[in-house]
Ligand binder design. Structure first.
Ligand code: FES
Length: 159
């Protein structure tokens, strides 16, 4: 397993944003690039990123395991992270979470048998006023998720 040339060039662009002695500052971005390529971050990718940035693999692993946006185990094609913290929970977040669990037939951190969806319970995303909120693959935020909007989102992702 090796990162593609395209991914390495993307990491190079991130590295170029910092002075040469601060190359390791591109670590978060490099892990995001690796996750985009593999769909998750396998151990080999941790080693590869560490080697590329001149960091000890354990330092890379610490970051990869600390942040919930990084997946160190395989996930479905679409990881849906829904916020159930208190402000969201009081504004429909729990209802939306139950709806997704029923529709997908999975519990927290589980993946559908067809490996299309993984459902994750998330922490505050700083968008409490837009509850219920969720993230698709850590990047696309969806707000005010009524049951109808959840159904439409699932239908769109299944296409
Ligand atoms: S509590 Fe859900 S976004 Fe803040």
């Amino acid at each position: 397993m090796a990162l593609s040339e395209e991914s390495l060039r993307k990491i190079d662009r991130e590295v170029a944003k910092y002075p040469p002695e601060g190359k390791q500052s591109a670590l978060m971005a490099a892990l995001a690039v690796a996750q985009d390529e593999y769909g998750w971050i396998p151990l080999d990718a941790i080693d590869e990123v560490a080697h590329y940035l001149g960091l000890p693999p354990i330092a890379v692993q610490e970051v990869a395991t600390f942040y919930s946006m990084f997946d160190i185990k395989p996930v479905g094609k679409y990881k849906i992270t829904i916020c159930t913290n208190l402000p969201c929970a009081l504004s429909g977040g729990e209802r939306a979470a139950r709806h997704l669990q029923e529709k997908l037939g999975v519990g927290w951190s589980e993946t559908t048998p067809d490996r299309q969806f993984t459902l994750v319970e998330g922490e505050c995303m700083g968008a409490c006023g837009d509850a219920p909120v969720l993230l698709v693959n850590n990047k696309r935020m969806c707000s005010f998720m009524s049951d109808e909007k959840l159904d439409a989102l699932l239908a769109e992702l299944k296409e």
